[in-house]
Design a protein around this ligand. Structure first.
Ligand SMILES: NC(=O)c1ccc[n+]([C@@H]2O[C@H](COP(=O)([O-])OP(=O)(O)OC[C@H]3O[C@@H](n4cnc5c(N)ncnc54)[C@H](OP(=O)(O)O)[C@@H]3O)[C@@H](O)[C@H]2O)c1
Length: 346
């Protein structure tokens, strides 16, 4: 796993499969973030709706800019394997605003009588240093801080639904194989997040390293979050860990994510190597609807696979804990009502 050669080989030889027809989501509610036109999130949302989902929240940054109504129509117009009868709602959420994410989670708690499935797919790949209005570097703000904040804020709704239904709810974080491909040298700084916000740590314009690091942070965060909600001492059957939390690598797929990363011969590379957004969406739904017995897993090519060796090393585990502590402290600083114990159900 993790070498560039291996990545190319798997892109060429593996083709993601749709959910088996027998998987039914009748009565269930799902939230999919990053579900704008052409995105993997939208493709995953379409597939969930086609499997009997009762209610779908398409979470998009800007309803007008993403043409969310058109995305909704694409979902409702599907007729295979059966006509879709799903209450599709479009809600706005901006990962570059903690207030927007908090309002989104509050709305979810107020308006959704259940929440069974969450797929956190919103993401950016910025190859030059850009600071968002929160003051944090863009890849880190959206891919790590946004994903981590929402993953915590939506936990109570997921947990409550699991108690109501007696079935585990699902939280899926969209990571990437590129988490293997970063030296993550910022881990030796006194404060990891602060170092990642410094322009001098970004590297050359056009470098993918910060994006790759943000995807490593997705994996580290997912692992720590799942261990926080299901400590080793709690038996899964005791109901103490009612939310299954995993991360998924959707593979290299054509999408707007790569809009600012165009190499010579890109069209040819895409043609030969890339999966379609629909196939990437299959990877997301496989992770969100399968693998019931796994917790804290990394799913790639629709199977549980090892993470990078850094993640499971002593150094990786230390970085994981530090990242958790720094991230939680940051959330406590920006959100006075942030109550970690309540969110984790501890
Ligand atoms: N495509 C690949 O090859 C690939 C490979 C590995 C992992 N991934 C991961 O898969 C996920 C989905 O990527 P994709 O390929 O579907 O890319 P995409 O088509 O660019 O979709 C990303 C979505 O995230 C949304 N988004 C960006 N910034 C946001 C913000 N501040 N607040 C809320 N939403 C925001 C975008 O909204 P707008 O439409 O408003 O920009 C878009 O709908 C990402 O996490 C990415 O890292 C993708």
């Amino acid at each position: 796993m993790g070498t560039q050669f291996g990545h190319i080989y798997r892109q060429l030889t593996f083709k993601p499969k749709p959910l088996p027809l027998g998987i039914r989501l009748d009565g269930q509610t799902a939230i999919v973030t990053g579900a704008g036109n052409g995105s993997l999130g939208l493709e995953a949302a379409k597939e969930l709706a086609a499997h009997g989902l009762a209610r779908l929240i398409l979470a998009v940054r800007n309803t007008a800019a993403t043409n969310a109504e058109a995305a909704k129509q694409q979902i409702l117009e599907q007729s295979s394997p059966e006509p879709v009868a799903c209450d599709v709602q479009i809600w706005e959420v901006d990962y570059e605003s903690f207030e927007s994410m908090a309002a989104f989670a509050t709305r979810a708690r107020a308006e959704l009588d259940r929440l069974d499935v969450v797929i956190l797919s919103a993401g950016v790949k910025k190859l030059e240093f850009v600071r968002t209005k929160t003051g944090h570097e863009s890849n880190i703000q959206v891919n790590h801080l946004g994903t981590a904040y929402l993953s915590l804020l939506l936990l109570p709704s997921l947990r409550q639904t699991a108690r109501q239904t007696g079935r585990k709810s699902r939280l899926t974080i969209v990571a990437s194989e590129v988490h293997f491909w970063t030296p993550f040298s910022e881990r030796s700084a006194p404060l990891i997040l602060q170092r990642l916000d410094e322009k001098s740590s970004f590297g050359e314009k056009g470098d993918m390293e910060r994006y790759n690091t943000s995807k490593l942070l997705n994996v580290l965060w997912m692992r720590e979050l799942s261990s926080q909600v299901s400590p080793a001492s709690a038996s899964v059957s005791s109901g103490k860990s009612p939310v299954t939390i995993n991360a998924v690598n959707p593979g290299f797929c054509t999408s707007a994510l790569h809009r600012s990363h165009v190499m010579p011969g890109q069209a040819f590379i895409n043609h030969v190597l890339a999966w379609t957004p629909t196939q990437g969406g299959y990877c997301l739904t496989n992770a969100a609807c399968g693998h019931h017995d796994r917790q804290g897993a990394y799913i790639s090519e629709q199977e549980v696979k090892p993470t990078s060796s850094f993640v499971t090393s002593a150094e990786g585990e230390k970085s994981q804990k530090r990242l958790w502590d720094e991230t939680v402290t940051l959330f406590q600083d920006v959100d006075r009502s942030f109550d970690l114990k309540y969110l984790l159900g501890s």
